[in-house]
Design a protein around this ligand. Structure first.
Ligand code: C2E
Ligand code: CA
Ligand code: CA
Length: 801
């Protein structure tokens, strides 16, 4: 080293040495500035050539200015071929060196290798350039020092490019520049220190050599070129860094616009976060430097650590704690990236799953609940029931299945409209829900049917208590926008395991019991019994056949005479509907009318009866009336009066030839509307009879609420009239009542002469019954009337019986 410095001081012109150093520094700056742009640029190869050229020119002119500074008293020339070769070969090697480093950017060894090649290029440039020197003397090298010069060049080159493009780029361009300057200068002067010139031996000037002056000019030109490169590099650098800033801005905008929270962290420590992440976890000043671990719930810490420590892309669904301490479901994805400081970091993308989870929950809720009442639906009920049953196998308790059917839903729906029906269902659902205890489960099964699952039943009394609460709750009038309506429900119950082992069977049995409860007067509870089944199956068959029967025209009428008690001559015929089914045979109205009333089919069936009966009456003698039974359900229909009026007009039958038979139930519900309709009908000239009088409600007030023309004493009083004094008393009372109200009284179900005579004695106006005639086909009426003419009706009754 001392030798090198000594040589430097002794053999060199200091001014020119400083100039060489300046050229070297400027060139290194220009080179490195250009080189960092190669990695970001598109036209990589062209930029690489520029870098190589700039670096080559730097080394070359540094070398030659330093040579100018060397041994100024020795006349030196340069051999042109070798001089050119030194530049070209050196530049190519330097280019390769940069190329390797830049191409393998980020790798462990590419920077080091590329740097070594760069160093080799500098070595070649120097030593080949030295070989071109022609001077009066012999040039030789001290081998040790020469080796040192080569090693230093390769080493510093490696450090320079390794630092700038290696695995852990420090971003240290300035360090790279310093190392490059150090490399060039130390090589040159160490190599020069290794050189020995033995003076006096004439080697002869080069024939086509470059003179000192020529060299000076060449160096000046190349130096200017380097300066130009440096300047261009600086300008580009500025533009580039501006572009980088705007690009960074753009990325920031983009990141902030992202819906996902984006967070860059290194080993758990937060470096950067976008707007969405700040929204989730708090403002940047609390985020920067904090740990992402704090976001994970304590219970998830182990999983969080595993996730954060993992390599490669991965996604995790976890509960995270937000800025307000509330936790939310999130999906976290992880990816390795290069952070803005150039070092590796990890990007976390955090998606808040709250709304997705909410909509998932909503979908599940919708799938398992009835939208109208928000009660669980049939599917949910069956799931819960299966679960309850499987539990019973362990505990040995019982499970009760209760089905609740509303008693008057159809009627309310018909009279008040669908929105009232919906309100009724909602109110019922709420009432049922309110009566349940822990462990009970209720659902709307469809229509006006609800079901309840009572688990852990140890005694039937528990089910009785629940049913009692339910019946009470359902009996309260329901408040509807149009006013209060009376409501009630019937309940059927079946037990697991006694009444079935399978869900469908149990549910069907509970339904059977519920229908039995309805048949037994409604608003009550029935437990399932095995023999209920048959009746119910029959009912189901009727239900499904009834609708078809209407469209297939399977209904027809029979007529039963009503006679004067005195002369026993027919004054009217009561129309009685019949259903003849190809499979079921003849079905009586007692069987199907109640079902038709429940399903609403009584309305079209009743319309058929009205038209058919009036059409038949048109062909009878003028003196004979036709009696038509009307169900209360038909009165809920607006069109009833119009239907009757139209039939009268169409068949030319005057109103006074028609009697309409109604029962008290008509007046029990919605009396005012019923009375209005009755008035309209009466206004058409028709008579109105109170049918089945004495049964049911039998409240005098019903009789007084409308001026009926006739009272029909129910056949149950007539049946044992002769044997039962109490019934005889009732019949006489009814007769007295009719007299005082100026209503005709007729007795039905007269089967014996004794009954007929008694009734006649009591003062009953008219009689009807098998004794007088059974219901007959329309076609039989003419011969019946003919036979009746002078003959006593009793004979007819005998022949008909
Ligand atoms: P209801 O209006 O009381 O009709 C009288 C019922 O008693 C008829 O039964 C008739 O056949 C029967 N009957 C007549 N005389 C005697 C007798 O001496 N002894 C006995 N044991 N029974 C007798 P039916 O035809 O089976 O009708 C049953 C009920 O069905 C009727 O009772 C009525 O409430 C209803 N119904 C019949 N036809 C119609 C109709 O067209 N519309 C409506 N809404 N209901 C009808
Ligand atoms: Ca009747
Ligand atoms: Ca009757």
């Amino acid at each position: 080293m001392a030798q090198v410095i000594e040589r430097l001081m002794m053999d060199h012109d200091l001014g020119l040495v400083l100039l060489a150093g300046a050229i070297c520094v400027v060139g290194a700056i220009a080179t490195m500035n250009l080189s960092v742009r190669v990695r970001g640029g598109r036209r990589k190869a062209l930029r690489l050539v520029f870098v190589a050229f700039c670096a080559g020119a730097t080394v070359w002119s540094t070398h030659f200015v330093a040579m100018l500074a060397y041994l100024t008293n020795v006349p030196m020339t340069y051999e042109l071929g070798l001089t050119t070769l030194s530049f070209v070969a050196g530049t190519v090697l330097i280019g390769i060196g940069f190329g390797v480093a830049i191409h393998g950017q980020g790798g462990r060894s590419a920077g080091l290798l590329g740097g070594a090649i760069l160093g080799a290029g500098v070595v070649v440039l120097h030593y080949v350039g030295m070989a071109a020197v022609r001077l009066p003397g012999i040039l030789s090298y001290q081998p040790a020092l020469a080796v040192v010069s080569v090693a230093v060049s390769l080493g510093l080159g490696s450090l320079a490019l390794g630092g700038m493009f290696g695995r852990h780029p420090g971003g240290a361009k300035s360090v790279g520049i310093l190392l490059m300057v150090g490399m060039i200068l130390s090589l040159h002067f160490t190599a020069m220190g290794a050189a020995n010139v033995v003076h006096g031996v004439a080697l002869g000037g080069a024939t086509n050599g470059i003179s000192r002056a020529g060299l000076a000019i060449a160096v000046a030109v190349v130096s200017l070129l380097i300066l130009a490169f440096g300047l261009a590099g600086a300008i580009l650098d500025k533009k580039f860094s501006h572009r980088r800033a705007t690009e960074a801005d753009r990325f920031r905008t983009l990141a902030d616009g992202a819906f996902e929270g984006l967070v860059v962290h290194r080993a758990g420590t937060i470096l950067d976060a976008n707007a969405a992440a700040r929204h989730l976890f708090g403002p940047s000043d609390t985020l920067a430097g904090a740990s992402v671990r704090g976001w994970f719930e304590e219970t998830d810490q182990a999983g969080a650590d595993r996730f954060l420590a993992g390599a490669g892309d991965e996604t995790l669904e976890v509960e995270l704690r937000g800025s307000e301490g509330t936790s939310f479901p999130a999906e976290v994805s992880r990816r390795r990236i290069l952070a803005s400081d150039g070092a590796e970091a990890e990007l976390l993308a955090i998606r808040d799953l709250t709304s997705r989870k909410e909509s998932e929950a909503r979908i599940v809720h919708l799938a398992l609940h009835d939208p109208l009442t928000d009660l669980p639906n049939r599917r949910f009920f069956l799931e819960m029931a299966e679960k309850a049953i499987s539990e019973v196998y362990r505990t040995g308790d019982r499970v009760a299945f209760l089905t609740v059917g509303m008693d008057n839903f159809k009627a309310i729906n018909d009279i008040h409209g669908h929105s009232a029906g919906d309100a009724l269902l909602r109110a019922t659902g709420e009432r049922i829900r309110a009566t349940l205890r822990d462990g009970d489960f209720c659902a709307r099964m469809g229509g006006d049917e609800f079901a309840i699952l009572q688990t852990r039943v140890t005694s039937v009394t528990e089910t009785l208590a629940l049913a009692g609460r339910l019946l009470d709750a359902l009996r309260d009038p329901v408040r509807l926008p149009g006013g209060d309506v009376a409501a009630s429900g019937s309940i059927g119950a079946a037990f697991f395991p006694e009444d079935g082992h399978r869900m469908d069977g149990l549910l069907r049995n509970a339904l059977t019991a519920m229908h039995r409860a309805k048949a037994d007067g409604k608003a009550t509870l029935r437990f399932f019994e095995a023999d209920m089944d048959a009746a119910l199956v029959g009912r189901r068959i009727l239900e499904s056949g009834l609708g078809r029967a209407l469209s297939e025209g399977r209904f027809f009428l029979e007529y039963q005479p009503i006679v004067e008690s005195r002369g026993r001559k027919a004054v009217a015929f009561e129309a009685l509907v019949r259903w003849r089914d190809p499979e079921l045979g003849l079905v009586t109205p007692a069987e199907f009318v109640p079902i038709a009333e429940e399903t609403g089919l009584i309305v079209p069936i009743g319309e058929f009866v009205v038209r058919e009966a009036i059409r038949a009456a048109a062909s009878w003698p003028e003196s004979l009336r036709v009696a038509i039974n009307l169900s209360a359900v038909q009165f809920r229909q607006r069109g009833l009066v119009a239907v009757v009026r139209q039939a009268l007009e169409e068949y030319g039958v005057p109103g006074h030839r028609v009697e309409l038979e109604v029962t008290e139930t008509l007046l029990v519900e919605n009396r005012q509307a019923a009375v209005r309709t009755l008035r309209e009908l009466k206004g058409l000239g028709m008579r109105i009879s109170m049918d089945d009088f004495g049964t049911g409600y039998s409240s005098l007030s019903y009789l007084q609420s409308f001026p009926f023309d006739k009272i029909k004493i129910d056949q149950s009083f007539v049946a044992d009239l002769a044997q039962n004094d109490q019934n005889a008393a009732i019949v006489r009372a009814i007769l007295a009542l009719g007299k005082s109200l100026r209503m005709k009284v007729v007795a039905e179900g007269v089967e014996t002469m004794q009954q007929a005579d008694l009734l006649e004695d009591f003062g009953c106006d008219e009689l009807q019954g098998f004794l007088l005639a059974r219901p007959m086909a329309a076609s039989e009426i003419a011969s019946y009337l003919a036979r009746q003419e002078p003959a006593r009706p009793t004979l007819v009754a005998v022949s008909a019986a």
